[in-house]
Design a binder for this molecule. Structure first.
Ligand SMILES: [Zn+2]
Length: 84
C-alpha cells in the first residue's frame, strides 16, 4: 500500500504495509503532526512539525507541506527503528 521506505516496526517487526500514516493539523492550520501507527501492535509514533511554510525543500526537492511532514516523520521513525 505504501512505499515510503519505512523500516520495520522495532516492537513487532511488522513492515510498512501494516502501518497507517496520517497527517493531521494541530494548533493552527499549517502546523501538522504525522502519526505512524503500526496496526499489528498498536504502536503509535507521532511526529510534530511546527514549520509554518506551505512548501519545504528536502534534498533539493520541493514538497507540499503535508508530504514534507510525512517525509520528516518517516526519517524520524527510521532513526528510532535503528536505535531499537
Ligand atoms: Zn508493531
Amino acid at each position: 500500500m505504501y512505499n515510503y521506505g519505512l523500516k520495520p516496526c522495532p516492537f513487532c517487526g511488522a513492515t510498512e504495509e501494516d502501518f497507517k500514516l496520517l497527517v493531521i493539523p494541530y494548533m493552527s492550520k499549517r502546523s501538522k503532526k504525522c502519526e505512524i501507527c503500526c496496526v499489528e501492535c498498536q504502536t503509535d509514533f507521532v511526529f510534530y512539525s511546527k514549520d509554518q511554510s506551505p512548501v519545504k525543500h528536502i534534498k533539493g526537492e520541493k514538497y507540499r507541506r503535508e508530504e514534507a511532514v510525512k517525509r520528516e516523520a518517516i526519517a524520524a521513525w527510521n532513526r528510532r527503528a535503528n536505535n531499537g
